[in-house]
Design a protein around this ligand. Structure first.
Ligand SMILES: Cc1ncc(COP(=O)(O)O)c(C=O)c1O
Length: 378
């Protein structure tokens, strides 16, 4: 028998368009493309030979110590409400695997939104129903009436993904809109609210404590953004204890490494939380600097969205003042290839014509970016 790889790989995997990482195009220079935390990690954790990490042993499969710290930090009633995963990407994948039957069920997403929801659905052979955000005037709010219509029409939808603050929109969703979806009586599936950027909102916006009231709610968060720990890959899902138990039973037993767990535990101690809060102040300050300066450039038409995250969306316009993808893409390439600053082109996303998504950098990074942009945009 001749071995033919393509005849044994699942057709949905063969057809897969993989997630396009920010670093796939450019990976050197000032990196303002992946919404990381330029101000650095919230912990100075250093490994030393006295640390007795017991690396010859498997890590704690339950992440008990880490969950205790997370429970206190996030004000959630019990450690039983937590799942700890390899980034929040693991929670996205688990939610789909746990609730959706391959080749039958669907998820609902609200574009423009985070790309991994669709990639995970495709990997798991799950359909995707799209109910776009209201993108008029850069509002980027969900439209509960349309979501409810889609849910009522298709009982195979099992997970609704809402992103708040959204990526790439930077806009926190209205609580009443989320409640309307959670309370929709004709829907028997779960609502997953992705709060990867929630700490960057100036007024407290997490709805994690709602899991006490809503058994159909999953909130996912991450240490990758506000805590500046994208490299350790630790994310969490908060839900009813029943859902958390199912997630914990489904994951690989030792999904989070001892090293990652130790760093996360260190970041969630008082000094780590203080450093994170300090970094937030810096990011808010630089976000304001960035927005104010961008607004003065004639070829920036609007700053779209709510600016509730650690990035901004600048809409570039042509000489007639119209949003212009060709111009934005040329600026993006020029910045990366000649000026050593990498941002993300987002002009192909719904409601984001002409947009560059720019992560907030350090004072120095922002200064350099603005100098380069001033040169390209005036
Ligand atoms: C909205 C959103 N959710 C989740 C993630 C994934 O984060 P993590 O590093 O926790 O996997 C990202 C990463 O950029 C994101 O933008």
């Amino acid at each position: 028998m001749v071995f033919s790889l393509s005849s044994i790989v699942r057709p949905n995997i063969l057809a897969l368009t993989p997630y396009r990482c920010a670093r796939d195009d450019y990976d050197t220079g000032i990196l303002l493309d992946a919404n990381e935390n330029s101000f650095g990690p919230a912990t100075k954790f250093e490994f030393n030979s006295d640390a007795n990490l017991q690396l010859e042993r498997y890590p704690d499969p339950h992440q008990t110590e880490l969950k205790k710290l997370l429970k206190d930090f996030r004000n959630v009633p019990s450690t039983d409400c937590f799942f700890v995963g390899v980034g929040s990407d693991e929670s996205i994948d688990l939610a789909i695997r746990v609730f959706c039957q391959p080749a039958r069920d669907k998820i609902l997403i609200c574009p423009p939104t985070y790309g991994m929801y669709s990639v995970c659905a495709n990997i798991n052979d799950i359909g995707i129903v799209k109910v776009p955000l209201d993108v008029s005037e850069g509002k980027f709010s969900i439209v509960p009436s349309e979501i409810k219509k889609a849910l009522a029409a298709d009982k195979t939808i099992k997970v609704v993904f809402l992103c708040s603050p959204g990526n790439p929109t930077g806009t926190v969703l209205r609580e009443d809109d989320i409640k309307e979806v959670l309370e929709f009586e004709e829907y028997a599936g779960v609502v997953l609210v992705d709060e990867a950027y929630v700490d960057f909102c100036k007024s407290p916006s997490s709805i994690a404590s709602w899991v006490e009231k809503y058994p159909n709610l999953i909130v996912i968060q991450t240490l990758s953004k506000s805590f500046g720990l994208a490299g350790i890959r630790v994310g969490i899902a908060i839900s009813s204890p029943d859902i958390a138990a199912i997630f914990n039973n489904t994951k690989a037993p030792y999904n989070v490494s001892t090293l990652a767990s130790r760093v996360a535990i260190s970041a969630l101690q008082k000094p780590g939380i203080e450093k994170m809060a300090d970094n937030l102040q810096n990011i808010w300050r630089q976000r304001d600097v960035l927005i104010s300066a961008l607004k003065t450039f004639p070829r920036v038409g609007a700053i779209l969205g709510g600016n509730d995250a650690n990035f901004v969306m600048a809409q570039l316009v042509n000489s007639k003042g119209e949003p212009d993808n060709d111009f934005a893409f040329a600026v993006y390439r020029r910045l990366a290839e000649s000026e050593g600053v990498v941002v993300r082109f987002r002009g192909s996303e719904l409601g984001c014509k002409g947009c560059l998504r720019i992560s907030v950098g350090t004072d120095q990074e922002t200064l350099i970016l603005l100098q380069k942009l001033k040169f390209l945009l005036t």
